[in-house]
Write a protein that binds this ligand. Structure first.
Ligand code: SAM
Length: 257
């Protein structure tokens, strides 16, 4: 096992079946699996899907998978780094994976860049990151990751997996999240770049008030923008909903013409 590659494998058939159920796979679906490892999830994906593309970085595991699945023409096995893979080359696809935890965030962002072809993702990931993804305003875990992922997707927590279910057990708990990819973003903003610039500045110093954190961007205008957006300037950024950040971004955009 190579800990650096996040190699914690699942063999429990009940858990694997629950992941497959959560993924809602149709027989005409193309599924991408990132990090198939020994191939336990891959077998079940092949039973349900039309085509499976599995990307494995570990040469030895890839070699074993080639031997194990050599007669299966539904499966395309790719030796390589999922972070470098051209997801635009596949057509419409769903992702179902127990992902290597050290690449969770960059991988989700890379997949979301390909959202025109992506219909859903069912990912097993470390609970701490899952908690940040599904977090709601007012909670400690709420922040840039929650707002960014919830802008493009509807993430739903399906179930948790204890460390003992993996071989070898990881140090952290795991959670399975199903992400429905939204056709249009969850909030309407006239300038998405500005929306995310505001969010980044706001959460840069999450202990300060929203008026103080946004001063770096808007100086003396900050308070006026907040009041025009119906946001209390003394509130902390983590109390604001995506709709409030969207409203603020639209007010600021409007004021600049
Ligand atoms: N799907 C298997 C399972 O559930 O038993 C294995 C999951 S294990 C958590 C993660 C797998 O991703 C390992 O097989 C590891 O070698 C592979 N991996 C690590 N980094 C990768 C990367 N950048 N691209 C593709 N695969 C990667």
């Amino acid at each position: 096992m190579k800990p650096k590659l996040g190699q914690h494998f699942l063999f429990d058939q009940v858990i694997l079946d629950k992941i497959i159920d959560a993924a809602n796979i149709n027989d005409d679906d193309t599924i991408i699996e990132i990090g198939p490892g020994p191939g336990t999830l891959t077998v079940k994906l092949l039973e349900k899907a039309n085509r499976v593309v599995a990307i494995e970085l570990d040469r030895l595991l890839h070699h074993k998978l080639v031997q194990r699945f050599q007669n299966n023409d539904k499966l395309q096995l790719i030796l390589g780094d999922a972070l470098k893979f051209d997801f635009g080359s596949i057509g419409k696809f769903k992702v179902v994976s127990n992902i290597p935890y050290q690449i969770t965030t960059p991988l989700i962002f890379k997949l979301l860049k390909n959202r025109d072809n992506l219909t859903s993702m069912t990912l097993t990931m470390q609970k701490e990151v899952a908690d940040r993804i599904i977090a709601v305003p007012g909670s400690k875990a709420y922040g840039i990751l929650s707002l960014t992922v919830q802008y493009h997707t509807q993430p739903l927590e399906i179930f948790s997996i204890p460390p003992e279910a993996f071989r070898p057990p990881p140090k952290v708990k795991s959670t399975v999240i199903n992400f429905r990819i939204l056709q249009t973003p969850s909030v309407e903003v006239s300038d998405p770049e500005l929306y995310f610039r505001i969010i980044k500045a706001a959460f840069n110093q999450r202990r300060k008030t929203i008026a103080n954190t946004l001063k770096s961007l808007y100086g003396e205008d900050t308070k006026g923008f907040l009041l025009l957006s119906d946001i209390n300037p003394t509130h902390r950024p983590e109390t604001l909903s995506s709709a409030q950040f969207a409203n603020l971004a639209n007010v600021i955009k409007g004021s600049k013409g």
